[in-house]
Design a binder for this molecule. Structure first.
Ligand SMILES: Cc1cc2nc3c(=O)[nH]c(=O)nc-3n(C[C@H](O)[C@H](O)[C@H](O)COP(=O)(O)O)c2cc1C
Length: 287
């Protein structure tokens, strides 16, 4: 990777053009929006809101299905010029396996397992709340595909370290953390929640301390590479995330409120490294 900044899943789209644009803006790698075997319409609008630097969404994992999305991934690989990570999800281990196998034909750099979406309600379990389910899904996918696999974890758990350990036991090659926090926002005048789904995922700068804590705890627990993110919006934020133990840093919501986010954050990180005398990203560590 030309820099450690990764576009996180879902913030841009299921389609190649916006992944390519993130690469053109300076991302070191890009992740596609999560897809399932069959197409899904997702939740009704409004599915997202931005209030200051608070971002809330309940998109409901809308996607065109893995067959179409794998075609988009092929196009992105050809044109983005940076590693493309493909995110998949399912309602059980078998569906994860099927989606991953179709996605593998597009030859992404890695498959990311979204076992941590907070917005699927009772219809889908949040597998990353359960170490046994996490291990089962990772193991099943690892058995079925040759590509590296990362497990994307949720902060909405009591002990994220035990989930990371379970993912490693299942054979994960990497961990991605964190997905959104579960939240809600109400319009008092309308007497309604802002999001049609009522409950949604909270992201943006306010969640950075939670993300740093989670990545730190995962780093203490496992020796896998970590794509760490949550609320990262500046080069200094990225340096903090690397110090917490991340190997690479994901940027999601910042692309909604910061123009040319990747180019600017990469420049700021480089300036920080130059001033502080770091010659490589992997030297950025806590004392
Ligand atoms: C609009 C939106 C859609 C998202 N869709 C997905 C998704 O499809 N799959 C996934 O794993 N994470 C998804 N996420 C979570 C992000 O990838 C990221 O983990 C989270 O937003 C925290 O990082 P941030 O504060 O930098 O945005 C989504 C986030 C947002 C804001």
């Amino acid at each position: 990777m030309r820099n450690p900044l990764v576009l996180s899943a879902g913030v841009r789209s299921n389609y190649a053009d916006l992944l390519i644009r993130a690469a053109q803006e300076g991302a070191g790698a890009v992740t596609s929006k999560s897809c399932s075997i069959e197409p899904r319409p997702g939740h009704p609008n409004p599915t997202a809101m931005i209030h200051g630097q608070v971002v809330m969404n309940a998109v409901g994992l809308s996607n065109p299905g893995v067959k179409e999305e794998s075609e988009q991934i092929k196009k992105a690989i050809k044109e983005a010029g940076v590693p493309v990570i493909a995110s998949v999800f399912g309602k059980n281990a078998e569906e994860f396996v099927q989606a991953a196998k179709v996605m593998e034909t597009a030859k992404p750099a890695m498959i990311e397992l979204n076992i941590s979406c907070p917005n699927v309600g009772r219809e889908g379990r949040m597998f990353s709340a359960d170490p046994a389910a996490t291990e089962e899904i990772v193991r099943a996918v690892k058995k079925a595909v040759k590509l590296p696999v990362s497990a994307k974890l949720s902060p909405n758990v009591t002990d994220i370290a035990e989930i990371a350990i379970a993912a490693k036991k299942g054979g994960a090659d990497a961990i991605t953390a964190i997905n959104c926090l579960s939240g809600m926002w109400i319009d008092a005048y309308a007497r309604k929640p802002y999001l049609a789904n009522r409950i949604g995922g909270l992201s943006g700068p306010g969640i950075k301390p939670v993300a740093l804590r989670c990545v730190y705890q995962i780093r203490e627990a496992v020796d896998l590479p970590i794509i760490g993110g949550g609320g990262i919006a500046s080069g200094i934020d990225a340096a903090e995330m690397l110090m917490a133990g991340a190997t690479a840093v994901s940027i999601g919501s910042a692309v909604c409120y910061r123009k040319n986010a990747f180019g600017e954050i990469a420049k700021e990180l480089q300036e920080f490294m130059d001033k502080q005398g770091y010659s490589k990203v992997s030297d950025i560590k806590l004392e």
